[in-house]
Design a protein around this ligand. Structure first.
Ligand code: NDP
Length: 328
């Protein structure tokens, strides 16, 4: 099978090469991978600019994959089933999606909703899945489309642009928080009602309780941005915290929680339980069918182009989502 192989000798190098299928990790299900996607995390792994790979080298990266079951020793999956795999350490401690085949645990797979193609599943990928988990968290905490403005931070990024599109299509009033001036038109096209300057929000973390603005938020940035969102949350708002693009620290107080009933909902796509995954993917398939994501740019690249595009995604030189067609 063809695979993108990372080796360390001692410097990191990446080559598109033939790999013996017998070298795949253990797992009940063998998958013919047709598509993967390029996430920021993959960019860090392939360029070696971030410590993402925890498995032994040589290593096949790629945190997302979609394809069909080629063989299964689990009675939960049969040859020909369309499946999606994201997270569970794929492309981090287990060989991932930048290959023509992968092997996975039967418990980690999700059946691809019938209407969703493998290419579209990977257009969504971990970024869109995380955005949908965030939307589900807002809903679970009673924040509906009529609740008031919803802030989406890191709005031009993978998670942020998917969250903007999903929320806007569901009727929410989305305020897209961005530091990228050139993305304003794109964010409007995704459905953002307002554009907020990321620096102004990050500078407004104090005092810890301010005028309530946000009915909810999807935050992929963390740091003072998240602190500001909490300080400016309305009563019974829900803030879904899913990322740390500006940093992992969070300096806040208990006031938003005990005086306004604000909920800080943690989002972890990596270990999300399967029933929640199935719910999220069903909703994502509906969103695609309804055209809710049509403004999210999709670039399809062959396996051989992953190294060049990895550098671009780490340099912030990509828009929308990058799908990898592993058959080309
Ligand atoms: P991207 O790189 O695509 O997007 C991140 C966005 O954050 C950028 O486009 C930019 O948006 C903004 N940003 C970048 N640097 C800064 C900064 N220093 N301060 C403030 N904003 C900044 O990444 P993803 O969307 O793929 O991921 C976003 C975050 O979510 C990452 O931290 C990632 O690790 C995390 N993540 C978490 C998951 C989970 O399961 N919890 C799953 C997937 C991702 P703009 O220019 O519009 O401001």
């Amino acid at each position: 099978m063809r695979a993108l192989l990372l080796t360390r000798d001692p410097d990191l190098s990446v080559t598109l090469t033939e790999v013996d299928e017998a070298d795949l990790p253990d797992g009940e299900v063998l998958i013919d991978v047709s598509h993967s996607s390029l996430n920021y995390k993959d960019g860090l792994a392939v360029t070696g600019r971030g410590k993402i790979v925890r498995g032994d080298f040589p290593f096949v990266p790629g945190i997302d994959l979609a394809g069909t079951v080629a063989a299964s020793v689990s009675d939960r999956w049969a040859e020909g089933d369309a499946v999606i795999l994201t997270g569970w350490g794929t492309g981090e401690d287990r060989w991932g999606g930048f290959a023509e085949r992968a092997r996975a645990s039967a418990d980690h797979l999700v059946a691809s909703p019938g209407s969703l193609s493998a290419e579209d599943a990977m257009w969504i990928g971990t970024a869109g899945f995380t955005a949908m988990l965030s939307v589900l968290a807002l809903e679970a905490h009673g924040v509906g489309p009529d609740a008031g403005p919803i802030a989406v931070t890191g709005a031009s990024g993978g998670v942020g642009s998917m969250a903007t599109a999903l929320l806007a299509a569901a009727g929410y009033e989305v305020h897209a928080v961005t530091g990228t001036a050139s993305a304003h038109g794109y964010l409007r096209a995704l459905g953002a009602a307002e554009i907020v300057d990321r620096h102004a929000l990050a500078d407004a973390a104090e005092p810890p309780l301010q005028r309530g603005v946000w009915a909810g938020a999807v935050d992929s940035v963390g740091g003072t941005t998240l602190a500001a969102l909490l300080a400016q949350s309305r009563r019974h708002a829900c803030v879904a915290a899913c990322g740390l693009a500006s940093g992992p620290a969070l300096a806040t107080t208990v006031f938003p929680f005990i005086l306004r009933g604000v909920t800080l909902a943690g989002i972890d796509s990596n270990t999300a339980p399967v029933p929640l995954r199935e719910q999220a993917w069903a909703r994502l398939a509906d969103a695609v069918a309804a055209g809710a994501l049509s403004a999210v740019e999709k670039t399809v690249i062959p396996l051989a182009d992953v190294p060049a595009w990895s550098a671009r995604i780490v340099d912030g030189d990509t828009v929308g989502r990058v799908v990898v067609d592993t058959r080309t």
